[in-house]
Design a protein around this ligand. Sequence first.
Ligand SMILES: *Cc1c(COP(=O)(O)O)cnc(C)c1O
Length: 461
Amino acid sequence: MEPATSAALLDKLSHEIQDFFDNPTSVSPTVTAAELRQHLSRFTFDQPLEAETVFDEVRQMMRAWNVQISHPRYFGLFNPAPTRPAIVADALTAVYNPQMAAWSHAPAANEIERHTLHHVARKLGLPTETVAANFTSGGSEANHTAVLVALAHHFPQTLEDGLFALSKRPAVYVSELAHNSFDKIVKHVGLGLGALRPVPVDASLRMDVAALKTLLKADEQAGLEPFLVVGTAGVTSTGTIDPLPELAEICRTNGLWFHVDAAWAGAAAFSETLKPALRGIESADSVTVDAHKWFNLTMGAGMFFTPHQESVRAAFNVRADYMPASEADVAVPYLTTLQWSRRFTGLKLFMTLAELGDEAVAAMLDHQAELGHYCRKCLSDNGWIVVNETPLPVVNFTHPAIRSGAVSVETILEKVYAGGDLWISSVTLRGEKAFRFCVTNYKSTTADVDVLMRALNSFVG
Ligand SMILES: *Cc1c(COP(=O)(O)O)cnc(C)c1O
């Protein structure tokens, strides 16, 4: 029998939620796999331990040996500091553990998700009367869904006969800076890496529209069959946004599916200031938005949207006689999405939106965008060189001392990490290594950016 949950354990849990939320420990750990394995070897599982002891052990390991992405000076990858409602929602999800696969097993949970997804769809400017939408584990699954639905839409014969039904190889067009989840996806769906056609970016690091047109023509002549163009809104390395209206137009005139991967930047649709940067997203055939990125929720929570309900049904419909009968009038998750058993992922977005309201969500985004501008200004005031251009808080930068070879990006990064209370990363752009700074925490302040600037200045001498 399971022991009763003690009041002391619940106290510990609620204290830790609050304490870590207010005060995440140092940003980057120094620990090796060997040290961790040695530490874990005392858990032999041959004797039961007190729940509170286990709790304390886990707490200690997670605090000491984890990159604390919730820290205000983690200026890192698209990993947010989660909101408090999101943390509560994850706990509630575990308590009720609804099975979302069949609508009839979890009517409340399914309709909470639908209600939330429709709100986001409205913000994106997608037609809510016809939109099909679902939560995913993240952006990768949402992008994977987009490719499957686009294939079902353009090549319905493949649903029965697979890619063997086709005489020409279908081709997918992405910016050369697109997220590498597409490399995995074309392998998974059987198209193969050769079907993924990277399009060069222009001087502003956005997909080059003229180059796309040229490549489409050349590929058609070479016997490929273009069917899908992916525009990225918020490139992972640079935060740049492909020219969505132009891409939408090319797709319309050429009969191609237009997918927008807005995994990170999709949340900008909630901000009146940032929203214009997403113009064109409303004409997409499908959209990816991660809820666990700029909506500041716990992992894993992505979203997929498309106005093509019929193609979604075609892509995912199956017969399973052990499943409960479907109601008319509702989208049944196991028949319209990649997953079968399904976690109540949407609750954390519902609770965050409900508790904060649209305006506070927008304010969180605007604050982070402004910190990005502040960082750009500090950098140029201090002789650093910003090499990307975006209204969003991703800043790529270098320094004359790096360009002259006096010091390297790698050496500086080592020093940054060694301090333990700062985190930035690096990217390679146009063959040149540069730093990547990104605001991922709505609680970060200008004082946190100042700490980073002082450290960086001291490392270039
Ligand atoms: C993060 C990211 C993805 C992948 O999303 P996951 O949630 O990590 O699966 C896809 N596209 C872009 C642009 C991203 O930034």
